[in-house]
Write a protein of this length. Structure first.
Length: 127
């Protein structure tokens, strides 16, 4: 079985490293981006099976990247998870209205993130 591809975009190097390491160790192929424009370009080029986006990124925020991807039929069914320190209900609602599948508030548990990714991809969590 071919490894599922995941795009992780965050402008915080520490968070990006934690996310990439956790997902790569679980057998996923992980592409990274450090801003919204790079995330969009990488998504269009690599066609990931799931996308993790930080909301507050330079050049293009996660809401805008999500909206842009959702406008493309190729990404209509791709799970998009927003990762953010903005935990207000209004922010969550904005994320879901932008087309996000899930809204995850930082700080988050890497283990829980992996479980959410596996669930959204329809994979059974490893025991």
């Amino acid at each position: 079985m071919e490894s599922k591809k995941i795009l992780a975009a965050d402008d915080e190097p520490h968070i990006l490293r934690v996310v990439k390491d956790k997902l790569a160790n679980a057998g996923f192929t992980v592409f990274t981006a450090v801003n919204g424009e790079e995330a969009l370009q990488t998504a269009l080029r690599e066609k990931p099976d799931l996308i993790l986006l930080d909301v507050m990124m330079p050049k293009m925020n996660g809401f805008d990247v999500c909206r842009t991807l959702r406008a493309d039929p190729a990404f209509a069914a791709v799970p998009i998870l927003l990762l953010t320190a903005r935990g207000q209900e209004i922010d969550r609602r904005m994320g879901l209205e932008a087309g996000a599948t899930e809204y995850i508030t930082k700080p988050f548990s890497p283990r829980q993130l992996l479980q959410t990714v596996q669930e959204k991809l329809g994979l059974a969590a490893a025991s």
